[in-house]
Write a protein that binds this ligand. Structure first.
Ligand SMILES: [Zn+2]
Ligand SMILES: [Zn+2]
Length: 453
């Protein structure tokens, strides 16, 4: 049927056009385009809204909606009255045939989906393909990942650090063994609703988050694994922040805990996911995954470049090898890339720090390292291409050999007139403790005496 003679399209085509809108904003704009669109939307508001929500969130829409809709207030997990774990687990079930989505939910869905998309990009870069900053997951892999992320978010919201009151000031007596048992029963009941394969996918995504937290904790993660558990309770949003900030510091501030303070209340978080998983594997007689199973195991059907080696030294590295897409994860202060004793010469380090201060921004690091590759020195670095994959040692070796040259070039271009070269070049020891020498000789040069390597 034709809508209006002014719009030569059938109603069902108008309806179909609206279901392709990528955001609610575009849908709104489309409805305002003409009366025909408006009228057709009034006839099928639910199906069109559902279709657009699906475009935004994808097939994990039921999990996303449950996560934002869950009545958290009704399930105060620190309530001293026993809470029925099964009631918690079955409240607000995942709705497969979504009917109504409120205006507020639309906003939340768009925000959540953006955040989950960013996490998927990181997951893809670190587990699927190191050559791309944006996700290369297949639609099936992406669905598994996102479904798991929304479910983890629900879990972490229910059992957040805040839900136990002011974490630092908790009285030990408030958390007796009975309470701990009750909390553990609640934490088991929520994931226990999911089928075995989807539970293993959840396990893989938790492993991915654990990896991010362990990385930002560094050595501290080895000495006390409970620190990772505490950070896991900050959920996927916490993992994203830790990745972006390369540090757990702001998470500690915002969630009100001190990771390195001696705190007995950590026992609330010990085995945050591990204990519920273990209880479920046992109860359902499922072979448990291994501790060292990679985060890709239950999510990805295929990993690209898993067995790749360094293009220069042939060291194995797989997805940990460096390429332009992950150069910014090298995590090295540019000062550490200055050659020899230059990094202890303040007449060098002061202007150098000024020139490299902006390099904490990923696109800036990528552009900088690309530029360093254009300065490639023969014959030592013949064949070292920017697009190749390098292990950390080889990439660092390349950068050390070129960063001081880049610095020299940059200063010369800015009009710097260098003093006479010091014979000992970057290796000169005097530059580190005699300011007069450091100021009157140039050390951004190859040594012509002494150790030249
Ligand atoms: Zn190498
Ligand atoms: Zn010198």
């Amino acid at each position: 049927m034709r809508a209006y003679s002014s719009l030569p399209l059938d109603d069902d085509i108008v309806d179909r056009i609206m279901t392709f809108c990528p955001t609610f904003g575009t849908l709104q704009a489309t409805i305002l385009v003409s009366k025909a669109f408006y009228r057709v939307f009034q006839i099928h508001p639910k199906s069109i809204t559902r279709a657009v929500a699906y475009n935004i969130v994808g097939p994990a829409l039921p999990q996303a909606l449950r996560m934002i809709r869950y009545p958290y207030d009704e399930y105060e997990t620190d309530d001293s009255h026993a809470l029925d774990a099964t009631a918690m687990a079955t409240a607000c079930p995942e709705e497969q045939a979504v009917t109504i989505i409120t205006a507020m939910e639309k906003i939340e869905l768009q925000e959540e989906s953006k955040m989950v998309g960013t996490l998927e990009d990181i997951y893809s870069l670190t587990n699927k393909d190191r050559m791309s900053r944006t996700s290369l997951l297949t639609s099936e892999e992406s669905w598994r990942f996102r479904r798991a992320i929304y479910r983890i978010k629900l879990f972490c919201r229910l059992f957040s650090i805040q839900c136990y009151g002011n974490f630092e000031e908790l009285d030990d007596d408030e958390f007796d063994d009975d309470m701990i048992q009750r909390i553990r029963a609640q934490r088991m009941a929520i994931p226990n609703e999911y089928p075995a394969d989807e539970l293993l996918q959840l396990y893989s995504v938790v492993a991915f988050m654990k990896g991010i937290f362990a990385d930002v904790l560094g050595e501290a993660a080895n000495s006390s694994s409970v620190l990772v558990d505490v950070l896991l309770a900050t959920g996927p949003d916490g993992a994203l922040r830790a990745w972006e900030e390369r540090s757990p510091d702001s998470l500690q501030d915002d969630h009100g805990f001190g990771l390195f303070a001696d705190n007995d209340n950590y026992k609330l978080f010990a085995g945050y996911f591990a204990i519920p998983f273990k209880n479920i594997w046992t109860a359902r007689n499922i072979t448990p995954p291994k501790d060292d199973d990679p985060p890709s195991k239950w999510i990805l059907d295929q990993v690209n470049g898993a067995n790749d080696t360094c293009s220069q030294c042939a060291a194995p590295g797989g997805l940990k090898l460096f390429t332009p897409a992950n150069w910014d994860r090298l995590d090295t202060d540019p000062l550490n890339l200055l050659k020899g004793n230059l990094r202890q010469n303040t007449t060098v380090t002061t202007p150098f720090t000024g020139l490299t201060a902006h390099l904490y921004d990923p696109p800036a690091i990528e552009a900088w390292i690309s530029e360093l590759f254009t300065l490639r020195q023969s014959p030592d670095f013949d064949g070292w291409e920017a697009e190749d994959s390098y292990c950390r040692e080889c990439l660092t070796k390349f950068l050390e050999a070129h960063v001081w040259r880049w610095f020299l070039d940059t200063r010369l271009k800015a009009g710097w007139a260098p003093p006479e070269d010091c014979w000992y070049g970057w290796n000169c020891r005097t530059q580190t403790h005699k300011l007069g020498h450091a100021q009157t000789k140039n050390h951004l040069c190859v040594p012509t005496r002494g150790d030249r390597t």
